[in-house]
Ligand binder design. Structure first.
Ligand code: GUN
Length: 281
């Protein structure tokens, strides 16, 4: 069994991105810039945003942080995003989700132009991804692909099963795997015979959001298992995969923490850097 070490791989990628960000600064005279908008006081979101901003700093990417109160109006939120869309120093805009109740996330996100949509959530980017065209791709699924690539795990021709169909992970993950010539099945809460579907997987991606949901009896011998989950149970942080048991069967497996999570942040930095590099001088 080989551990897919996301922490180590992400550190390497972040060092590469620092080189790119430094070269951008020298060439343009101003840094790569990411605007981060956090509305309300969701504790998990606060941690995520703090980590993203810290990672930017370390990579030589300037961050513009906007912390808005829970009471922020729809109009104010939309106006802020619209002003960031116009700002030439801002190459990427990230509106941390979920937004407080009462705000229409779709309308706020629609103010982010596709070329600054470094989360890859816009219809434009999702559509391009579906068509196999150049797109900014959601950071988590992109991080999974990059991790597999850096460990020399080939995808073409393999049976990939994605468990979870969210717009942020499951769907773009399935499209990336399909674009890389895997034979892809997407499973979800209404899937019949989930265990049998999972047992067919050469590559199993767990993106369900339930602690230790994928048990050893659901995994084929020598499968490649990628755990996108981040849950808390009585023993602390854990993924969607019962790691202790599944690792005995897997050929490759990601740990939680230290697997997909760090890759997500590295891909965010990558997406911001690419968005900046694509702008006109
Ligand atoms: N909330 C949870 N994950 C994400 C993410 O990747 N991007 C944004 N903007 N919000 C999130």
């Amino acid at each position: 069994m080989t551990l897919l070490n996301g922490k180590e791989t992400a550190a390497q990628i972040r060092a590469e991105i620092k080189g790119r960000a430094d070269r951008f600064l020298v060439k343009r005279g101003y840094p790569v810039g990411l605007a981060v908008v956090l509305i309300g006081e969701n504790p998990a979101s606060q941690v995520y945003v703090r980590n993203k901003i810290k990672a930017c700093e370390e990579a030589g990417i300037r961050s513009f942080a906007y912390y808005l109160p829970q009471s922020t109006s729809q109009k104010d939120a939309e106006e802020l995003v619209s002003s960031l869309a116009e700002n030439k120093q801002v190459h990427g805009i990230l509106v941390q989700l979920p937004l407080p109740n009462g705000l229409d996330a779709e309308k706020i996100l629609a103010k982010i132009p596709a070329e600054k949509d470094i989360d890859g959530f816009s219809e434009n980017n999702i559509g391009s991804l579906a068509l196999g065209k150049k797109a900014i791709v959601a950071c988590t699924p992109l991080g999974v692909m990059e991790l597999l690539k850096r460990y020399g795990v080939s995808v073409a021709g393999k049976r990939a099963v994605v468990v979870g169909r969210s717009n942020i992970v499951g769907k773009p993950m399935a499209m990336l795997l399909l674009n890389a010539d895997a034979t892809v099945t997407v499973c979800h809460s209404k899937t019949q015979n989930l265990k049998e579907e999972c047992r067919n997987a050469d590559i199993l991606i767990a993106a369900i959001g339930k602690a230790k949901f994928i048990t050893a009896d659901m995994v084929k011998e020598n499968a490649i298992v990628v755990d996108v989950g981040m849950n808390r149970d009585e023993n602390g942080l854990c993924g969607d995969v019962d790691f202790a048991e599944v690792q005995k069967k897997a050929s490759y497996i990601t740990p939680v923490p230290g697997g997909v999570g760090p890759m997500t942040i590295a891909m965010l930095l990558n997406n911001v850097c690419e968005a900046a590099e694509r702008t006109e001088e």
